[in-house]
Design a binder for this molecule. Sequence first.
Ligand code: PLP
Ligand code: COI
Length: 341
Amino acid sequence: MAKADLDWENLGFAYRSLPQRYVSNYANGTWDEGGLTSDSTVAISECAGILQYCQEVFEGLKAYETADGHIVTFRPDLNAARMYDSAAYLEMPSFPKERFLEAVDAVVKANRDYVPPYGTDASLYLRPFIFASGEVIGVKPADEYQFRLFATPVGSYFKGGIKPIRLCVSAFDRAAPHGTGHIKAGLNYAMSLHAYMAAHAAGFDENMFLDAATRTHVEETGGANFLFIKKDGTVVTPKSPSILPSVTRRSLVYIAEHVLGLKVEHRPVAFEELNDFAECGLCGTAAVISPVGSVTHGDQVIAFPSGMEHMGPVLQKLYDTLRGIQLGTVEAPEGWIRKIC
Ligand code: PLP
Ligand code: COI
């Protein structure tokens, strides 16, 4: 099999319809056998729960070609578990975790030619999701659902690649206390779009969302958690019940403590503390680690000492170690890498 003829270095973060995806349908209280299909379209009732009341959850993970030519995924069991929890929270049937992993393997294998070659900065992004396909008109959970998982090759999430980005503190909130911020539901992203467009119109790359109750503590961006580095090299990452538990952040915390021997603080982070940090970055599957150069809050501009040209040295070490684990050049902690072929 030959690799697809794509411009691997300039993919951006965009959707490209690949030959195969996985589909399983839920009806009468059970998921059907499911399988691969070449049909990239979905036909549903105009009254489907997803269209009326946004009953949908999703995940994001990546497959990589390693230095020795294998195709692997990174901690897909954590995505399976998070999707299980997200679905339960939105009163949807959870998709069995073992079947989630089988679907990932099947889609990656079937689209193997589209896994970007080792040595490029690209990877194969996997998007599993469950949506309400059953009809509802009164506000209640549907009784039919579809699990679907497609793949698309992607490059860096932010346009400048790994150049530091500029954030602004959003005038809007992402997640309410006791709301849905901790689950990966499409509705969280729908309501972030107005804030996203406002930030872009004002010349910023992304929003920093503060806690909705007091607007004094840092939460996350629309699609990534925060990492801060203190001047003594300590890693600080915000803790809040309305932040999505990022697989990347949890992995980087482990790497910082157990591989790099750094101190880590996972705790509420007051916005006022930003002045004391040496480095700031976003972390997530799509973002990997994206350095942040500055955060603007009204008239106040916080410019991190790491500057607008490069990632700071501690974030760079975390980035190199994480990428090394994903690409097979750094030994992975037990159970982190799932070899597909
Ligand atoms: N926070 C939000 C709101 C996200 O959408 C994502 C992306 O999945 C993340 C954080 C990062 O999570 P992960 O590292 O599991 O991709
Ligand atoms: C991811 O990092 O996988 C995400 O889902 C973030 C964003 C693209 C929604």
